[in-house]
Write a protein that binds this ligand. Structure first.
Ligand SMILES: *[C@@H]1O[C@H](CO)[C@@H](O)[C@H](O)[C@H]1NC(C)=O
Ligand SMILES: *[C@@H]1O[C@H](CO)[C@@H](O)[C@H](O)[C@H]1NC(C)=O
Ligand SMILES: *[C@@H]1O[C@H](CO)[C@@H](O)[C@H](O)[C@H]1NC(C)=O
Length: 845
């Protein structure tokens, strides 16, 4: 009793207060998200800066919302900068200033719209054959037993398929047990939810709902194309009644949070994505950055913090469940690892298969994809509720329609076993998804599960996952292990070759990290390249499992590579993590666009050894990855070698000359190469590197790293020397080019511009960077790193650069106008398995 009421108090304190913030009006006001140290009074800060205090920032601890009349300046950051300037001039009386308590500030900007992940199904394709009479009879018996009278129930093939029996979600025997989503709430984060629909009104849960576009309580669809959210809601929890069909969890409650139908900022999205996190159990997200094959975009730091808050505090501490649609860009070479939402370790990424278990042309593949389920293709689509009193649609499709089916299934699992944590749900998905007979790169994993980048661990089976949930032994808390930054700084060979770098994780390292076994791995990396779409990245684990972290994209012309981008993989689920992890970067196109692999950092996330010692992950800051050049005492052994395309780990020689590469780079930023660390060799093996060819359903890669012959060693040295000469020539050319640029700039502006001056970073210390806000200091620093080898300053006006050097905060403060930064990604949250971008994020066409 005592405990309960205490919990009530607690949850009242952490309940999303977003709905109680006054509505925002971006045409008249600016809004600031500010993180203050806990003892600081937000009203005092507001008074000091002449702002209006709006209230606490939802569930984010010590975060607050302020507003001010619209102004070009960032009044909070300006004040912070001014304080720093005056301190530098050693003005008196500035000790213990209230602005010192500002730990983070971000002026809110309208962000580019997310894309809804629906596709218009092609219904002209021949439909599947005739009904199977026995299946039709069975369907009728089920409907009768469950008293389902919904008019389109028989069309809902994803629930019960009478044409191709077995190609459905296998849910009816779960319903027969009375497991229908009772006491579970799913929140559809989308373009609205028609709460007046006959099919949804009984399950609609107003308390968990809000409209972040129009800033009113009810997320009513208002625009003519606000149908997406309602359709998704119908799939999850359309009622058992006389309207349309039923949802997978037809007795679950359903709420709606509206964000896709108007202007929003990172702040709104952050408030939306964990809205009422004690009342909403599952967040269904069938949207994301554009699936155009050229966007690389991740949630900003506020959104990432909101998700981490939800998985740590939501559902009474068991963690909110996030489900994201994988993305519809497969036909444009898109890959869900270029989307920081789908590749977050906190989200369950769901791709699509069609009613024939075929891969629909749109559904993206990636190593972050956990599972697939049914959606449009082969001449049919998902039949569900539509906007209107009693309206249905037979045309809901895309990965948008797959995600909510998974949401419905997870709602059933939660009814069966309310104590499942967010990671238990992922485990259950891994262990109970059903691999199926379609050609793909199915590979046996450490847990004896089959994994495919196209289909994840297979298709969701409601019966299987709910049965398993009932007796599932809950996992221990999450632990993590971070490698140091591995400095590679070498040119990437083109075509068939790749540049490999190895980090060895020892048993002791994991023991020290209280780390028992791997669930997710994330790999944050920097690659400089003149055409991002040419790159691909593979990660080979100690047990020989290959994750294709990144794949080439034909339309991705971005003239830089990866900037602190974090890739994620679920393909190593259950591995011990001990041994050599090899990352191989390839420049797949032989052309004049070249690049350099700068550095990388591996993170293992998984189950801890000793639950009593394990703490919650600290909230990420935007500076978590600022330690690129820190020399780490980890006994890291890394080797950079050039491997021919598709060389299995077995063929990477382990006895090459090695050197720890985590050593401090030279001041000039020139590529530091030691003769012994670059080598090439000819491999007698020429395997294809395409995922689909790497293995058959039964294959697995043998254990890696046998030794190599002496004569080959000689060759290695020869190639190594040639490589070195080439690198030297490239460095010289770069040096001459930069020197010329510098001359040009100085003569034009009569100002001495220092290309690689890090002094400013040191002066301000950590605080300087912190105060620069989400998309500031760090990105500036990263951009400068990017400038080391090629012209990352292109597109920046000299004024920006000069004023910034003057300011001492590094270039790119005014990053929003820079095409470079618009597409660049900071890495505030990269260790969260998701990346932070400035609120402007990725490229929009
Ligand atoms: C914002 O304020 C302006 C001016 O007062 C008003 O015309 C507009 O309707 C407001 N917008 C919203 C969304 O409240
Ligand atoms: C579906 O559920 C049934 C129980 O109703 C179970 O026996 C079966 O294994 C499940 N999977 C398939 C593919 O039928
Ligand atoms: C519903 O959930 C609440 C809290 O999660 C729990 O206390 C209650 O027993 C549940 N009710 C049912 C019928 O499962």
């Amino acid at each position: 009793m005592r405990l309960l009421s205490l919990w009530g108090l607690l949850s009242a304190a952490t309940l999303g207060l977003a709905g109680h913030l006054p509505p925002r009006n971006y045409s008249t006001h600016d809004y600031y998200a500010v993180h203050l140290s806990s003892s600081t009074s937000p009203t005092e800060l507001a008074a000091h800066l002449g702002l209006t205090y709006e209230g606490p920032f939802g569930a984010l601890e010590d975060h607050h919302v302020f507003k001010a009349p619209k102004h070009d300046n960032d009044v909070v950051d300006d004040a912070v900068q001014e304080l720093k300037r005056r301190r530098r001039k050693r003005e008196a009386g500035l000790d213990h200033h209230i602005l010192d308590n500002v730990r983070f500030t971000q002026k809110q900007k309208i962000k580019p719209r997310h894309w809804k992940r629906s596709v218009i199904p092609d219904l002209k394709v021949a439909r599947a054959g005739p009904d199977v009479p026995a299946a039709v009879n069975q369907q009728r018996e089920i409907a009768q037993a469950l008293e389902i009278k919904d008019p389109i129930f028989e069309e809902q093939w994803h629930i019960f398929n009478v044409k191709t029996p077995g190609n459905d979600i296998n849910v009816t025997d779960v319903w027969m047990q009375g497991i229908t989503g009772k006491n579970v709430t799913a929140c559809i984060v989308d373009d609205g939810l028609d709460m007046d629909s006959e099919d949804l009104k009984d399950n609609f849960f107003a308390e968990g709902s809000y409209d972040f576009n129009d800033h009113v309580d009810l997320p009513k669809p208002r625009l003519s194309d606000d149908r997406h959210g309602t359709r998704c809601a119908g799939e999850v929890a359309a009622g058992r009644n006389n309207a349309c069909g039923v949802g997978l969890a037809y007795d679950a409650k359903i709420s709606g949070v509206r964000i896709l139908s108007g202007d929003i900022t990172d702040m709104d999205e952050s408030l939306a994505i964990n809205y009422e996190l004690q009342k909403n159990d599952i967040y269904s997200c069938s949207w994301g950055p554009p699936d155009d094959g050229k966007t690389m975009q991740a949630p900003g730091i506020l959104i990432e913090k909101a998700m981490i808050t939800a998985i740590q505090q939501g559902r009474g501490g068991k963690g909110s469940i996030y489900v994201f649609a994988a993305g519809n860009g497969a036909a444009s070479d898109d890959n869900c690892n270029f989307d920081g939402y789908t590749n977050s370790i906190y989200s369950i990424t769901v791709g699509a298969i069609d009613k024939n278990n075929l891969h629909p042309y749109y559904s993206e593949a990636c190593s972050a994809q956990l599972v697939v389920t049914y959606s449009s293709g082969s001449g049919d689509a998902i039949h569900t509720t539509d906007v209107g009193a009693n309206k249905c649609t037979a045309q809901h499709g895309g990965t948008s329609a797959a995600g909510p089916i998974a949401v419905g299934v997870f709602a059933l699992a939660l009814q069966a076993r309310p104590e499942l944590t967010w990671r238990d749900m992922q485990w259950l998905t891994v262990m109970n998804a059903v691999p199926f007979d379609q050609p793909s790169d199915w590979t046996k994993t450490a847990l004896d599960r089959m994994y495919s980048h196209q289909f994840g661990y297979g298709k969701l089976d409601a019966y299987a996952i709910v049965e398993a949930a009932k007796t599932w032994e809950l996992v221990k808390p999450q632990a993590w292990f971070y490698s140091p930054w591995m400095h590679v700084k070498k040119a990437i060979p083109q075509g068939d070759q790749g540049l490999a770098s190895v980090f060895e994780v020892t048993e002791q390292m994991l023991k020290d990290a209280n780390f028992e076994r791997v669930e997710h791995i994330t790999l944050t990396m920097n690659v400089e390249h003149q055409r991002r779409g040419d790159l691909s990245v593979e990660l080979i684990s100690p047990s020989g499992m290959t994750s294709h972290l990144s794949t080439a994209r034909r339309d991705d012309d971005a003239p830089y590579g990866y900037i602190d981008w974090t890739f994620m993989s679920v393909a190593h689920w259950g591995e011990t993590g001990v041994g050599k992890w090899t990352v191989i970067v390839k420049d797949t196109k032989v052309n004049d666009k070249t690049g350099t692999f700068t550095d990388w950092k591996l993170r293992l996330w998984g189950e801890c050894i000793d639950a009593s010692k394990q703490k919650l992950r600290p909230m990420p800051t935007e500076h978590d990855d600022d330690d690129h050049n820190v020399i780490d005492d980890h006994p890291a052994h890394t080797t950079s070698i050039i491997v021919p395309s598709g060389t299995p780990a077995t063929d990477i020689p382990s006895d090459l000359p090695t050197r720890p590469v985590n050593q401090k780079p030279t001041n000039t930023g020139q590529t530091a190469v030691s003769p012994s660390s670059t080598a090439a060799f000819e491999s007698p093996i020429s395997a294809s590197s395409t995922p689909s060819a790497t293995s058959s359903p039964d294959s697995f890669l043998p254990s890696p790293f046998p030794t190599f012959g002496v004569s080959k060693r000689t060759q290695i040295w020869i190639y190594g020397s040639i490589g070195l000469i080439l690198v030297f020539c490239a460095s010289l050319a770069t040096y001459l080019y930069l020197a010329r640029r510098k001359r040009l700039r100085s003569s034009r502006d009569n100002y001495e511009f220092e290309i690689l001056d890090d002094a400013d970073d040191d002066e301000g210390g950590a605080r300087t960077g912190m105060l620069n806000g989400a998309a500031s200091g760090r990105q500036g620093r990263r951009a400068r790193r990017g400038g080391e080898l090629y012209d990352a300053f292109a597109g920046e006006s000299d004024e920006d650069l000069l004023s910034e050097s003057e300011d001492g905060d590094g270039p790119y403060r005014d990053r929003d106008e820079s095409p470079y930064n618009e597409k660049a990604h900071t890495h505030e949250g990269s260790d969260a398995g998701s990346n932070a971008s400035g609120s402007s994020g990725g490229k929009r066409q």
